[in-house]
Design a protein around this ligand. Structure first.
Ligand code: IPM
Ligand code: MG
Length: 370
């Protein structure tokens, strides 16, 4: 059995806590089987933290996050906190975690599982077997660039502005994550920007090109404008293997890519920091879906994206490839058996709620390890 690993669980708001509950059951199951023992702590973020502590994330939670080997994050936000103003947004919790822990590489897979091939709004022949990975830069660009603000001009008008900015280092480090991933996949990268309009896009293209020539001559690199990429993702998504792009384009394109698969409720993500001298890297895992306040508390949310985020955590933070695969197989088998949460319902399948889906996963895990 592996030694204690420090895990920080941050369920957040909306459906976060209810889907996290099902993941905790899987963690308990693994614990009972002595597959892994976590040194686990749970804490508040987002609206839950605003309500209890008056801030979206406390310094103490950030400190715990820095200490943790891995963070399992739920989701934050909801209408309840929308009127509190820009500095009290629940979203600050995830942005602060990314920025302060320097979690710069956001990995967002879009995978179509065979049992769900009909859940997409796209034709099965377009998406069957889809397996692409978006690597989104997540600590730079227009999300954090200065100057930014809203100012009043001499003529009394106002002006709102943000700054898209990338340094060589920022582009290279996310590029390396993408190139390294590509080597374990189909060895192809599409670097996405707007080099036809933006200086920062032109620079992005130059840096990626030089990086490929210098360090990754064996990996195939192509470039694509972001608008064309959005179109190509819908037209023929299987042409892509790894997409690497900036914070804002990655935000947009990953939402688009996730919907190719038919359900936001199925997709996990990982956000990785740089390895330190000991090879240890901070990492945060979260579902792509948000807090879904419209269905929160009704016991109908799909827990699979949160569960698959945990599988990614096992794989990327702890090298537990077999256990990660076991969980992924359990999810796939349960879907193949015909159980569906409301978001992925299809004719001829059985609709179940969050905890029945969780229960089915546990039974499947029992079966797979019997
Ligand atoms: C995401 C979300 C966040 C982002 C929000 C919640 C700040 O949309 O993770 O994609 O824009 O990065
Ligand atoms: Mg987003």
């Amino acid at each position: 059995m592996a030694a204690n690993k420090k895990l920080l669980v941050l369920p957040g708001d909306g459906i976060g806590p209810e889907v996290m509950r099902e993941v905790r059951r899987v963690i308990d199951w693994m614990d009972r089987r002595r597959m892994v023992r976590f040194d686990m702590a749970e804490d508040l973020v987002g609206g839950a933290s605003i309500d209890a502590r008056g801030t979206p994330i406390t310094e103490s939670v950030l400190a715990k996050a820095r200490e943790a080997d891995a963070i399992l994050f739920g989701s934050v936000g909801g209408p309840k906190w929308e009127k509190l103003g820009f500095d009290m947004r629940p979203e600050i919790a995830i942005l602060a975690l990314r920025k302060q822990l320097d979690l710069f590489a956001n990995l967002r897979p879009a995978i179509v599982l065979e049992p769900l091939v009909d859940a997409s709004t796209l034709k099965p022949e377009v998406i069957r077997g889809l397996d692409l990975m978006i690597v989104r830069e997540s600590t730079g660009g227009i999300y954090f660039g200065e100057p930014r603000g809203i100012e009043t001009l001499p003529d009394g008008q106002q002006r709102g502005f943000d700054t898209e900015t990338y340094t060589t280092h920022e582009i290279e480090r996310v590029g390396r994550v993408a190139f390294d991933l590509a080597r374990k996949r189909q060895n192809r990268i599409t670097s996405v920007e707007k080099a036809n309009v933006m200086q920062s896009g032109l620079f992005w293209r130059q840096v990626m090109t030089a990086l490929q020539q210098r360090e990754y001559p064996d990996v195939e690199l192509s470039h694509m404008y972001a608008d064309n990429c959005a179109m190509q993702l819908v037209r023929n998504p299987r042409q892509f293997d790894v997409i690497v792009t900036s914070n804002i384009f990655g935000d947009l394109l990953s939402d688009l890519a996730s919907m190719l698969t038919g359900s936001l409720g199925m997709l996990p993500s990982a956000t990785l920091g740089a390895p330190d001298a000991m090879g240890r890297r901070s990492a945060l895992y979260e579902p792509i879906h948000g807090s879904a306040p419209d269905i929160a508390g009704r016991g109908i949310a799909n827990p699979l994206a949160q569960l698959l985020s945990f599988a990614m955590l096992l794989r990327f933070s702890f090298g537990m490839e077999e256990d990660a695969t076991l969980i992924e197989r359990a999810a796939n088998n349960v879907l193949a058996s015909g159980l569906r949460t409301a978001d992925i319902m299809a004719p001829g399948t059985a609709k179940v709620g969050t905890s029945v889906m969780g229960e089915a996963i546990l039974r499947e895990l029992d079966k797979l390890t019997a």
